[in-house]
Design a protein around this ligand. Sequence first.
Ligand code: NAD
Length: 244
Amino acid sequence: MMDLTGKCALVTGAAGGIGAAVVAALRARGARVAVADRDPLAVEAEAHLPGDLLDPAYADALPGAARAALGGLDIVINNAGVITRGKVTESSDADWDLSLGVNVEAPFRICRAAIPLMAEAGGGAIVNVASCWGLRPGPNHAVYCMTKAAIASLTQCMGMDHAHQGIRINAVAPNEVNTPMLRTGFVRRGFDPDSAVAELGKTVPLGRIAEPQDIADVILFLASDASRYMCGAVVEVNGGKAVG
Ligand code: NAD
């Protein structure tokens, strides 16, 4: 049921930690994948769609471009994301625009464009990447947490509204994952990323933070028929560590 032979998929943020693992997981199951990122050319895939998700015209056109490049569109993974740090009083207009633009507006635009294409073809699956912090916020990341709550809510709404069209829309909500997003944050705060990741692992009941593949496998499940009765779910993937 996790066989994706003949399926066509679009993945955003494909050059990042989780994105690259998702692309590899989808292709390993037989899917043909169009990769979107600012610079996705190094990612092995069937089609490359470089661009900036802050450009509304690019985000609006991505599902159609993926369908044109691959000959269909069965799966969309809205994975691209940015993190801004700080309390509301420390957040700039630029933080707000960036966070809302990449984490909420772009997936909104991509879903809005993809849903009619999928409906026309008889159905599909969309997986959005939220965060544990969208369900139970952590300190000092107010705008980021709010955007992840927004994408979780949008997923629940869309999961209800489009199930009758054969389109299943779900989200994953990871806790800490060992990717450039997490590691650059440590570097910026003056920590050695390897030691910081090891220390953080001790706070997780499973004994380590997630690797990108741990999240990619759950995304693969939600994109495949193995999750055929799931719509509007926000699935926490946290090694037993619930925030809050
Ligand atoms: P990452 O930084 O490795 O990858 C994010 C990718 O998104 C990058 O390749 C980046 O180029 C792309 N991107 C960002 N802004 C873009 C834009 N304007 N246009 C086009 N592409 C853009 O981060 P990651 O950890 O792999 O994050 C993937 C998703 O997982 C994000 O939505 C993130 O919020 C979520 N997440 C990550 C963690 C974690 O601990 N790493 C935890 C929970 C949720």
